[in-house]
Design a protein around this ligand. Structure first.
Ligand code: HEM
Length: 436
């Protein structure tokens, strides 16, 4: 579910301008060049979120350690929102969840979040993690590293914070055909580590894991990937392992209602500590790729409702582009719907779900073969939203009941996390909760 943007959507002003945020194969864009004025590249959150959001995150450039152009790119850790939500997906991701140790309690949690936040801020500017640096990422720059922390529902009781658990963190309902492995889902603390270099991402995970020792134990871990910046001749929306251009119709920073869709800006049952935060729904969704790849191209396209080649909706005359307007009422020459009744984009569209929307920021995974010889591969679906009860849940209810895509998917793991707002300089993620 890449949010990188094609030139046509960017020029239409409807898409996150990822070209402004990351060095590309064809050189640097103006914004990136401006960022290099000091030394290292500094990327504002929102990757082209015109206006306040992007600017808030951009701090004066300081030299970034090591790395070439890609390596020197960095995303500030501190800001209104946590890093790793608004930026385009990096080439690599490490996802992990930790469970709090017995007896760690609120004090242990506070100390851990302080330690983790300090480390994430250092790694984000290419500094060594701490005195026990293992040098795994030595020589590389920060490579757009972001570390995003989330709190699972189970954290609150264990840390003596039950009164502060937000109602929207209630467990997701069971959906038809769910095949969830509890050992690979949920967890007290969630961490998303993104970077444009695999060693940089893994290094960060190892450091956080070591720093958690005695306070929290790793519950599960998964690795994912998206397109590497510069892999295409120009910045483009990425493709998933089914070969589809994925991320086109994501809400875009700057659009009306973007902030209220993605961030907890208000709401009667939103706790104060979560103001400016978000909720993250995670699903490990295996793709039944052998079945999918046996389907002829035109049927694959009807499953989604968009052409594979250019991502244009099936109502748009060729050659179109992924930014061609979707017309769900359009009919083909035979009078049937151009975008089929069970097409994924029709069933998932906000218009079909009472306005429910979310910011999808998933990554592909490919973990070898299963016992039956089929690929253990798919999508680490990640969606940020202001309220999962009004975003993911109604949409997934509809999809699971029978959109064209669901029969090629298995939801194998799931998690829901409250994502606190960003930390201020010198502060730590979760501070308003733990010291409020
Ligand atoms: C492996 C699983 C999935 C795949 C491969 C997939 C693929 C796609 C593709 C190719 C598009 C069209 C391009 C775009 O607008 O991004 C799309 C759109 C979308 N998907 Fe999915 N998707 C998956 C799972 C989900 C899930 C679980 C949800 C939410 C419950 C979801 C919600 C959406 C939404 C809201 C849109 C935009 C619809 C619109 O307004 O046009 N998708 N997806």
């Amino acid at each position: 579910m890449n949010t990188e943007t094609t030139a046509d959507t960017a020029s239409a002003g409807t898409s996150a301008d990822s070209s402004a945020a990351r060095p590309t194969g064809t050189g640097f864009t103006r914004r990136a060049l401006l960022g290099t004025a000091g030394a290292g590249l500094v990327i504002g959150a929102g990757a082209g979120a015109a206006g306040a959001t992007a600017l808030d995150r951009t701090s004066p450039a300081a030299p970034a350690a090591g790395g070439g152009a890609l390596g020197a790119a960095r995303v500030p850790f501190h800001g209104e929102h946590q890093a790793g939500i608004l930026e385009p997906q990096q080439a690599r991701v490490q996802l992990a969840a930790f469970d709090l140790a017995d007896g760690a309690g609120r004090d242990g949690l506070r100390a851990l979040l302080r330690r983790w936040s300090r480390t994430a801020a250092r790694l984000a500017v290419g500094e060594p993690a701490d005195e026990q640096e293992n040098q795994v990422a030595l020589d590389a720059g920060p490579c757009s590293l972001t570390v995003t922390f989330g709190f699972g529902a189970t954290l609150f009781d264990k840390a003596g914070l039950a009164d502060h658990r937000p109602p929207a963190l209630e467990p997701l309902p069971a959906f038809p055909a769910d095949a969830l492995d509890p050992a690979r889902g949920d967890g007290d603390l969630f961490v998303q580590i993104g970077a444009d270099d695999a060693l940089v991402a893994v290094h960060a995970l190892r450091v956080l894991q070591r720093q958690a020792a005695g306070t929290a134990a790793l519950r599960w871990q998964m690795s994912g990937f998206a397109r590497t910046p510069g892999a295409t001749a120009r910045p483009m929306t990425g493709r998933n392992l089914m070969g589809q251009i994925d991320g086109t119709n994501n809400p875009k920073p700057g659009q009306d209602g973007f902030d209220t869709t993605v961030f907890c800006t208000a709401g009667p049952d939103r706790p104060d500590w979560l103001a400016g935060g978000s909720y993250l729904v995670f699903r490990r969704i295996r793709m039944l790729l052998d079945n999918w790849e046996a389907l002829p191209l035109d049927r694959q396209e009807r499953v989604i409702g968009r052409r594979k080649s250019d991502g244009a909706p099936l109502n748009a005359p060729a050659p179109g582009g992924e930014s061609s307007p979707v017309d769900l009422a359009a009919q083909g020459p035979d009078g049937s719907l151009a975008v089929p009744a069970d097409a994924h984009i029709r069933v998932a569209a906000p218009a079909a779900n009472g306005g429910a929307a979310m910011l999808r920021r998933g990554f592909s995974y490919h973990d070898g073969l299963l016992a039956d010889g089929s690929p253990d591969a798919g999508l680490l679906f990640l969606a940020f939203q202001a309220d999962p009860r009004k975003g993911f849940t109604p949409v997934q209810r509809k999809l699971a009941r029978g959109d064209g895509l669901s029969r090629f998917l298995r939801h194998e793991a799931s998690g829901l996390y409250a994502v606190p707002p960003g930390a201020r300089e010198g502060g730590y993620v979760g501070q308003p909760l733990l010291e409020g």
